[in-house]
Design a protein around this ligand. Sequence first.
Ligand code: HEM
Length: 160
Amino acid sequence: MAHVLSASAWIGIDVLVAVLAAVCVGSDDPVRRGLAGQAFGTFVWWPMAVSALICLVTGLVLGWGTRWGLVRFWWVTIKLVLNVVLCTLILVLLRPTMPEAYAYGVAVAAGSPVTMEANGLIMPPIVSLTALTVATVLSVYKPWGRIRQLEQEGARRRSR
Ligand code: HEM
């Protein structure tokens, strides 16, 4: 339950971040661009980091506590890798862009003719939403079975 809630919260926050990033780089209205930049620079990374960490921890607990394990099924292991990579990206790539986005927002709102590299704002929610969609589809359909299925089948045949 906590796992699905945190995953849903993370996806919701990502959608909000995508909207803020799109307004910040794409709006014709400088006031909106400025406010979106300030909101992006103030609120984005920590709610994302918290929901991502809760999702990771509850996912680990679910994996350990059930027959799914952590490295027993492809779909769980791929989600584990995705979650760890996304947590790292939030801390290493997204967090450092926050002061720049905030400063950009303040300058735009004050009427300064400043520009900001759009990729730095747009790419994080696109990458994250794509990975989270993949993780959700994996969770629901649980494809590809066991990681050591072939080895186990071979061992079973040999023991007959
Ligand atoms: C990357 C972000 C993740 C998302 C968006 C996500 C999403 C979900 C969703 C929506 C479910 C419910 C599926 C259902 O009931 O049909 C679920 C279940 C589960 N997830 Fe995740 N998850 C993520 C990360 C992880 C991680 C890192 C692990 C473990 C290492 C994990 C392990 C599990 C397990 C074991 C279940 C229980 C499946 C079951 O009992 O049916 N998840 N996840």
